[in-house]
Design a binder for this molecule. Structure first.
Ligand SMILES: [Zn+2]
Length: 238
């Protein structure tokens, strides 16, 4: 599967998860633009009356290479699932779906009224005072993380621990990849909170899942349907 095919597949899956998780009509789904580049870039920006989501093929490829490497490490997967049940394609898909859900939530939560754009690697171009903007941006990132995590992890059930662990790992992996890119960008400042902070929030959500009745009673059909047939691909901008 090519990196562009991975992005197409994840985009369709993310739209499906996003629409099922919302209890109100969604505002908009961005037009998708995949660029052929070895760079690690993802950005969502206003475009006319809508938005455009741009992601580089290099981001999908680096995600895939992360999971190829991780799944050759027995110590890594032993506590998650038998290796036969894990594969780098699915882990990459879950990582990319989470990243896209994160970007969709920036739009849905009206974050663009507070900051101009949200990008991995590059900085925002918004006109707010820079110091305030830098702090508020990190809070908005945490909020988008939380909503995306809720959507990807879905309902809690004791029969789906393997899938739950797998998706938590997929989210954590993407957070760490973004931190690696942020580290390269240190001269210009961080675009996202530290991975440790983001993973701490992720684990907080995970820990409370069985304790919150609404999570337990949530419609189990909202869970990602790992390995099942996906919807037909949408055209970019749909
Ligand atoms: Zn973001």
């Amino acid at each position: 599967m090519s990196s562009i095919q991975r992005l197409d597949s994840a985009f369709n899956n993310a739209i499906f998860q996003f629409e099922k998780a919302l209890s109100y009509p969604r505002k908009t789904i961005p037009r998708s633009v995949w660029t052929e580049s070895t760079d690690f870039v993802a950005a969502v920006d206003p475009e006319g009356n809508g938005f455009v989501l741009s992601i580089s093929s290099g981001l999908a490829e680096k995600s895939f290479q992360l999971w190829i490497k991780a799944l050759t490490n027995c110590g890594f997967w032993a506590d998650i699932a038998p290796s036969a049940l894990l594969n780098a394609d699915q882990m990459t898909q879950d990582s990319l779906v989470w990243l896209m859900l994160h970007e969709f939530n920036h739009i849905d939560l009206n974050h663009f009224k507070l900051a101009g754009s949200f990008e991995v690697v590059q900085r925002s171009h918004a006109a707010s005072p820079q110091k305030l903007l830098n702090i508020s941006r990190l809070c908005l990132e945490m909020q988008a993380d939380h909503e995306a995590t809720k959507m990807l992890l879905g309902a809690y059930t004791i029969t789906e621990w393997r899938g739950l662990r797998q998706r938590v790992m997929a989210i954590s992996g993407m957070m760490m990849l973004i931190e690696l890119e942020d580290a390269k960008n240190n001269a210009e400042g961080r675009t996202h909170p530290k991975a440790a902070t983001r993973i701490f929030q992720l684990l907080g959500h995970l820990a409370e899942m069985p304790l919150v009745q609404a999570q337990v009673e949530q419609d189990v059909s909202l869970r990602p349907q790992t390995g099942k047939k996906e919807r037909q691909p949408l055209r970019a901008g749909q």
